[in-house]
Design a binder for this molecule. Structure first.
Ligand code: GRF
Length: 199
């Protein structure tokens, strides 16, 4: 199975997928890394032939950028598309085109804290736990069906950075596990319900 990754920054989640594939723990191939930030470190993690990036600022509107991105993703013949630290909102047309095989990793216990600055918001709210979710993408931001979550306690003295670091440690194995379910054909979005078929 073929996986495309959308990333705007560092790409540590992408690296976790690459490492799992190399170690034999994920039966898949990364067929492209797509970025709205030509300087994204994520791009450097794959060979040049697998990199696609365009500066979103040089497009007239969201639709024209999204259309080029969507065509490039489609050309990669990816079976699954993963947003891993992709910080640009995807328009409805993009989402509908790939719906059911488009996943996102989001650093909060959804439905809490959709959007940005999740770690600071969890701290400000006085929460005692926090975590990460992997979900199907729908047009509404961070609102698609949750597939899996990992939780961590919030500790006295935590700040947004320490919390982000501990959440990130849990992101990597969670994303690998969900992708392994996906590429083995066991993960399905049926309406708003996620099913995982056993073997
Ligand atoms: C992760 O925390 C991810 O959940 C969030 O952005 C961060 C990206 O990290 N959406 P990386 O680029 O995968 O290192």
């Amino acid at each position: 199975p073929r996986i495309a990754v959308l990333a705007s920054g560092r790409g540590s989640n992408l690296q976790a997928l690459l490492d799992a594939i190399a170690a034999g723990g994920l039966d898949a191939e990364i067929v492209g890394v797509f970025s709205d930030k030509p300087a994204a470190q994520a791009l450097q993690r794959v060979p040049p032939a697998l990199r696609w990036s365009r500066d979103a600022k040089s497009y007239a509107d969201r639709e024209s950028f999204d259309r080029e991105l969507a065509d490039a993703v489609a050309a990669s013949a990816a079976d699954w598309i993963v947003c891993a630290g992709y910080l640009r909102i995807l328009g409805d047309a993009f989402v509908e085109r790939f719906r059911g095989r488009l996943l996102n990793i989001h650093p909060s216990l959804l439905p809490k804290y959709r959007g940005l600055k999740t770690h600071a918001r969890a701290l400000e709210a006085g929460d005692t736990e926090h975590g990460v979710s992997v979900h199907f993408v729908i047009p509404e931001l961070d609102a698609g069906s949750v597939i899996a979550q990992a939780r961590i306690p919030i500790l006295p003295g935590d700040d947004p950075e320490s919390l982000a670091r501990r959440v990130l440690e849990r992101e990597h194995p969670l994303l690998v596990a969900v992708l392994q379910l996906a590429v083995s054909g066991r993960l399905n979005e049926r309406g708003t319900t996620v099913t995982v078929d056993g073997h």
